[in-house]
Design a protein around this ligand. Structure first.
Ligand SMILES: Nc1nc2c(c(=O)[nH]1)N=C([C@H](O)[C@H](O)COP(=O)(O)OP(=O)(O)OP(=O)(O)O)CN2
Ligand code: ZN
Length: 118
């Protein structure tokens, strides 16, 4: 069983030497897997996951990502891993984080999976 929760945030960044200061709408999909609860069937209670997501949203939304600790180089890949690591601290069922930026049909993104964590 796999459960997911999406959230979005707006943020600015730069990635020298490839891009100067500019902004994006980011979309994040948080996926959770595990043994289903015998009563509710879920591997993770979204009510609990949403609390963790709200905390991360509060750190990222309407910010300059380069200024956030651990995000001085805010590529898609580093940002997906940063979100994964923050959520994994309190969400043992976390399996992967999918991160996208850009309009539907033109989006670019990356997926960070638990098994990549060393
Ligand atoms: N694998 C990755 N490659 C690159 C990344 C990345 O995050 N992962 N990032 C960049 C630079 O940021 C590049 O300059 C992209 O700039 P950005 O504005 O973020 O994206 P686009 O150039 O595609 O512009 P749109 O706003 O999406 O039109 C390079 N490589
Ligand atoms: Zn960018």
């Amino acid at each position: 069983m796999e459960t997911y929760k999406e959230f979005t945030f707006e943020a600015a960044h730069k990635l020298e030497p490839y891009s100067g200061l500019h902004g994006h709408s980011f979309k994040v999909s948080v996926h959770l897997v595990g043994e289903p609860d015998p009563v509710f069937g879920w591997a993770a209670n979204l009510y609990e996951v949403e609390k963790q997501i709200d905390a991360i949203h509060g750190i990222l939304d309407h910010t300059y990502l380069n200024d956030i600790e651990g995000l001085s180089v805010p590529s898609l890949e580093n940002l997906a891993k940063w979100i994964f690591d923050k959520l994994a601290e309190k969400s043992p069922a976390l399996d992967r984080v999918e991160l996208k930026r850009g309009a539907e049909g033109q989006a670019e993104g990356c997926i960070y999976r638990r098994r990549e964590a060393a």
